[in-house]
Design a protein around this ligand. Sequence first.
Ligand SMILES: CC(=O)N[C@H]1[C@@H](OP(=O)(O)OP(=O)(O)OC[C@H]2O[C@@H](n3ccc(=O)[nH]c3=O)[C@H](O)[C@@H]2O)O[C@H](CO)[C@@H](O)[C@@H]1O
Ligand SMILES: C=C(OP(=O)(O)O)C(=O)O
Length: 421
Amino acid sequence: MDKLAIIGGRPLYGKLPISGAKNSALKVMVASLLTSQPLRLKNVPDLADIRQLTALLEQHGVGIQREGANLNLHAGEITSTVAPYELVRKMRASFNVLGPILAREGKAKVSLPGGCAIGARPVDLHLKAFEAMGAEIELDEGYVLARARGGLKGAKILFPFVSVGATEHAMLAATLAKGTTILNNAAREPEIADLANCLIAMGAQIAGAGTSTITIEGVDRLSGAEHTVLPDRIETGSYAMAVGVTGGELTLTDTNIDLLGAAAESLIEAGLELTALDNGIRVTMNRNRLKAVDVITQPFPGFPTDLQAQFMALMATAEGTSTIKETIFENRFMHVPELGRMGADIHINGQVATVKGKAKLKGAPVMATDLRASMSLVLAGLGAEGQSMVSRLYHLDRGFERLEEKLQNVGALVERVPDND
Ligand SMILES: CC(=O)N[C@H]1[C@@H](OP(=O)(O)OP(=O)(O)OC[C@H]2O[C@@H](n3ccc(=O)[nH]c3=O)[C@H](O)[C@@H]2O)O[C@H](CO)[C@@H](O)[C@@H]1O
Ligand SMILES: C=C(OP(=O)(O)O)C(=O)O
């Protein structure tokens, strides 16, 4: 297991390219299961999660070739309707093979998923949506067994609260159901519209993706298509925050400020300058000290939970006291004790973390606990005095493509070192 050595205190300057969104790429890859024709995806990041899903899809019979940032997927035939525990346990999005396989083959057996240990993360909303569409669902020995003898049928589904995964999953399955499906209280994250655009290019009939009501008119079959994955808004926000902790100026290319939603406003309030460019964002930090800003995580367009840990690292050196409320996941403050090792003054009370900003953090050995928490430690290390050593980098490698190369190119002192412990 590698570690990341970081020597903090260097301002960042230059151009930093943003990769395609992991959380969209994973779902559009799954869409390949819905058609016997080839699907060509562009701007797919090369990440551990993408490789993990590739292995799972190959196991279902999908032929997959990578050409640079493009991925060609071809599910001529589904050779297995079973998604085994070993391939599903590490990553949440792998559970989303259930809907497409069920829609195409009338049955599927999929292990309950894993993913970041940031909460209980049940899949009841996914399963209720399939039941509403006429599927019989059983749970047995850690697996979901789903069957839809006469095929799935369109249904009216009202999600009791917003779920990104359940919205995407129901939308995927509904494309091949008989009749009309209406998803109410649907998630509005940009990745939902991206998935819908890919499905529409494949011949699906979907209206309203990106709003809270999505209507899907089922079709008999879908065809192949070409689709470009949208930029990663979490990577975008994370590197914008890197400028906040180090100072300097970065031009984030191949991305778009609108993807940041409320996070853009919070960053500007904290003292960062964000300028929308044709194909990116210029991020500048000229003030001496960041300002404390309170945030509450919310579904899009609210402040994203996937940027909460990184924002906390930023607030740890801001002037004043901020509160950060996590409303999406019940266990997403695991970075707090690790930031504490670097001198951050943070207290948790239920869903709320109170962060008393300090002038400087001090480098320390720290351990990544989940994907976005890893990035918060990297950010804290970039701003801290002296050396930090971040261990358990496999969390980071799930979701940040070529992190050390991207940071080195803009002047950061970061290096991956083998861990011999
Ligand atoms: C691979 C991927 O895209 N992951 C993202 C996705 O996760 P994911 O799709 O798992 O997140 P959801 O939006 O579904 O989860 C929101 C909340 O709903 C709960 N819930 C969800 C489904 C369900 O059937 N029952 C239930 O109770 C979850 O435990 C959580 O508390 O959206 C999250 C919220 O933006 C992000 O943090 C994750 O990075
Ligand atoms: C939580 C995340 O991933 P997953 O849903 O796969 O755990 C994430 O991308 O931040």
